[in-house]
Write a protein that binds this ligand. Structure first.
Ligand code: AP5
Length: 214
């Protein structure tokens, strides 16, 4: 299975990619994590893209493709989180997969209203050790004393209400084009991401069992 998760920032893509990795051994491939790793390492690519990231804008397609495409193992089972975000990225992904003789199994759209995702992003924390994502109320980080291996728990610099509102504006400009693209291919499934984290995981697993439309 090769799947991708679509949805607004804060809908729970990373959270669900983690759950799919734990339950079904999917390799999560997150463009946001890849970008942050490049910036922290101070690579040439990282320097090229940091101003876009800092402004909450989309990083140019060319840089994103350079990061993602080499990681798509033809025989692997992976879940894309945060990619593609533009039609050009979607088309480049299809072309790269076709060259390798493989295709996407499912595009899962996680749907949630803006106000919900804003409060999720503002309360998000992540483990500096493992990268795992938590929420201060909905999915609190484990007691630091009990799980010292996972701490400390940090807040992303772009997890502010202003930044998320900017990212949502950009998301809404591209979203219908992307969902239309995957609907046209018969592989789009929509999941109600307002539910609890385990319920959303269950809905995704159900969607993966449902035959694709021809
Ligand atoms: P990225 O890192 O992808 O950030 P994002 O788009 O802001 O998405 P998030 O990580 O915020 O959302 P998520 O859906 O993964 O939510 P999460 O699971 O963490 O991208 C950052 C930047 O990189 C972009 O702005 C852009 O500049 C650049 N970029 C990345 N990819 C790009 C691309 N392809 N092209 C161009 N530029 C690109 O959950 C959020 C919170 O909610 C957590 O606290 C979680 O615990 C909680 N939560 C999750 N699910 C639930 C639930 N069901 N109920 C209650 N709480 C929940």
């Amino acid at each position: 299975m090769k799947i991708l998760l679509l949805g607004p920032p804060g809908a729970g893509r990373s959270t669900q990619a983690q759950r799919l990795s734990e339950k079904l051994n999917y390799l999560p491939i997150s463009t946001g994590d890849m970008i942050r790793a490049q910036m922290i390492a101070g690579t040439e690519l990282g320097r090229r893209i940091e101003s876009y990231y800092g402004r909450g804008e989309l990083v140019p397609d060319e840089a994103i493709l350079e990061l993602v495409l080499p990681n798509l193992e033809p025989s692997g089972r992976w879940v894309l989180d945060g990619f593609p975000r533009t039609e050009a990225q979607a088309r480049a992904l299809d072309a790269a997969l076709e060259r390798r003789g493989i295709g996407l199994s499912r595009a899962i759209l996680l749907e949630a209203p803006d106000e919900d995702v804003i409060s999720r992003v503002v309360g998000r924390r992540y483990s500096l050790t493992t990268g795992r994502v938590y929420h201060v109320e909905q999915d609190p980080p484990p007691d630091f004393k009990a799980r010292q291996d996972e701490g400390p728990f940090m807040q992303r610099e772009d997890d502010t209400e202003d930044a998320i509102r900017r990212q949502l504006e950009i998301y809404h400009r591209e979203a219908s084009i992307l969902t239309g693209y995957y609907e046209g291919k018969g592989i789009l499934a929509t999941v109600d991401a307002r539910k609890t984290i385990p319920e959303v995981t269950e809905s995704i697993l159900e969607a993966l069992q449902t035959p694709r439309k021809s």
